[in-house]
Design a protein around this ligand. Structure first.
Ligand code: GRF
Length: 272
């Protein structure tokens, strides 16, 4: 078995997924260790759970930063390497109105918060950053400073729906309201869009007429606690690769799609 990977976590709430990941590491199911858990929310319950296990925690209070910036923007300095125009171009999430003042303020406030996040994480180098109920969009400013090796993304997220259906903040609720017959959860790499990165794994469950939003959430969370550690285990075993695959469309044109390939055997990493 290769070297244990170092995992950083970001949460916003109860942190039950983070807990499942920490437990999977403790049991040796993931060849890794969680080296910090950070949050944008000082009241996130998951912080206490991690701290009780001796894992370092920190908070970058996004709400506070955003409020204070809007009151007194002149008190804030953007990071030296911050380039608003570059971020606007990359931020496909917002590309319908990239020139509005609102969008600029959104990106500026997030970049200030993200610079603070990066500073906190700087002293604890990690191999993988897991988002486990982290309810903030990450901008290209942050993503580019984590994904430094081309073709080797290292931020992953769990989403409570079968992507690309129902991106956004309420995947299980949206699945229920739409009247779907199946619901599910998705683990994916992060890209510049909203819940749009390459898919690593998905699990699904049936939805009956008797189900409620709450019962769907419970079914989904039970699957999340298996799926997320399983995907992280594959990452830790260096078995995931984002590859561009070609196919021919119905007009005979060659097209590309990105697929996360899962190697069947454990490939040792270069520094093993
Ligand atoms: C989960 O449903 C996850 O899919 C979504 O937010 C929820 C977080 O729950 N992104 P928890 O904080 O892990 O308990």
């Amino acid at each position: 078995m290769g070297k244990k990977i170092k995992i950083g976590g970001l949460i916003s709430g109860t942190g039950t997924n983070m807990d499942a990941i920490i437990k999977a590491c403790e049991k040796g199911e993931i060849n890794g260790e969680v080296i910090f858990v950070g949050s944008d929310n000082p009241d996130a319950k998951g912080l206490e759970k991690a701290a009780k296990k001796g894992i370092p925690t920190f908070v970058i209070n996004y709400a506070d930063i955003i409020r204070k910036f809007k009151q007194n923007p002149e008190n804030y300095f953007f990071p030296d390497d911050f380039d608003l125009e570059d971020i606007k171009i990359k931020q496909s999430l917002l590309n319908r109105e990239i020139n509005s003042k609102k969008v600029a303020t959104f990106i500026e406030t997030r970049a200030i918060a993200e610079a603070a996040l990066l500073k906190k994480m700087k002293d604890d180098p990690f191999d993988l950053l897991v988002l486990a109920g982290f309810m903030r969009n990450l901008t290209p400013y942050f993503i580019d400073r984590i994904n430094i090796t081309p073709g080797k993304p290292r931020i992953i997220n769990i989403h409570p729906a079968l992507l690309p259906s129902f991106p956004g903040v309420d995947g299980y609720g949206d699945t229920f309201r739409y009247g779907c017959k199946v619901g599910g959860c998705t683990v994916h790499f992060i890209d510049y869009g909203e819940d749009s990165g390459p898919i690593i794994g998905q699990q699904c469950f049936p939805i009956t007429e008797e189900d409620t939003i709450e019962s769907i959430k419970q079914k989904g969370l039970a699957l999340e606690y298996q799926l997320y550690p399983e995907c992280i285990r594959l990452f830790a075993e260096n078995r995931l690769a984002c590859v561009k695959m070609t196919y021919t469309d119905d007009k005979g044109n060659t097209r590309q799609r990105t697929v996360v390939k899962i190697a069947q055997i454990d490939i040792p990493s270069s520094d093993d």
